[in-house]
Design a protein around this ligand. Structure first.
Ligand code: PGA
Length: 252
């Protein structure tokens, strides 16, 4: 079984407004992360800031994109390809975030993006999660379906370039995270899904949780939720809090 470092991903979404702010945030985070022992940090700024932040990459800090297009080049106005991102020095790509799925990104498109990302040598952070946490547990089969179709044609060998980020949509951008016990239940279910599909130990693929992660709940979520890291939206923009979370997780 593989022993991973914990992974903390900051998804900045469409923030901050200026390059100066983005640089300032990155410098502060990088300063702290020099001393990290058990944690790896991935910053996912908007595309426009990637180039200026490239020099901030270090042993502990990687850069990620929030999306990538699956065709490598051509007449695709407004798109940025995974091939371009990879050539540029980006290491991670968030794929299938619920905010993109809500704009019509289907499982099929998500799968194409996962394949392109992995094929271009980067790590795909495949986001899955239910919109409604129904009483009958139907969300389990939905998450399974998102994983199976998201990873279609991804070989067992390529799984080391896959991270699964479980983000219940109802918790993303909301005021309440999922209960750690429920996260643990889902983490076990995802591991079983991967074991059934690939015959691997579930722990061989890193599973993250995302959705209202804060300084206050990050420890409980990580320990009691049995996840290998966190995908953080709003709290990653408050640099002081983000650094605090990283410190807490590194101390586990
Ligand atoms: P949030 O967002 O931490 O603001 O809930 C998480 C995400 O969208 O990845």
């Amino acid at each position: 079984m593989r022993k991973f470092k914990k992974l903390i991903i900051g998804n900045w979404k469409m923030n901050p407004l200026t390059l100066e702010e983005a640089k300032e945030m990155t410098t502060r985070i990088k300063r702290l992360t020099k001393s990290l022992k058990k944690t790896k940090v991935v910053l996912c700024p908007p595309f426009i800031f990637l180039s200026a932040l490239l020099s901030s990459k270090s042993r502990a800090v990687s850069l990620g994109a929030q999306d990538a297009f699956y065709q490598s080049a051509g007449p695709y106005t407004g798109e940025v390809s995974s091939t371009q991102l990879s050539a540029f020095g980006v290491d991670y790509v968030i794929v299938g975030h619920s905010e993109r799925r809500s704009h019509g990104e289907s499982d099929d498109i998500v799968n194409k993006k996962v394949k392109a990302t992995v094929g271009d040598g980067m790590t795909a952070v495949l986001c899955v999660g239910e919109k409604v946490h129904d009483q009958h547990g139907e969300y389990f089969s939905l998450v399974k379906q998102q994983i199976i179709s998201g990873l279609k044609d991804i070989s067992k060998k390529s799984l080391d370039r896959i991270v699964i980020a479980y983000e219940p949509v109802w918790a993303v951008g909301a005021k309440e995270a999922m209960r750690p016990a429920d996260i643990a239940e889902m983490a076990i279910f995802i591991k079983k899904t991967l074991r059934d599909a690939y015959g691997i130990f579930g722990d061989d693929v890193r599973i993250l949780y995302g959705g209202d992660v804060t300084v206050g709940n990050c420890l409980e979520i990580t320990l009691d939720g049995h996840v290998g890291g966190l995908l953080i939206g709003r709290e990653s923009l408050k640099v002081k809090n983000f650094i605090e979370i990283i410190k807490i997780i590194d101390s586990i």
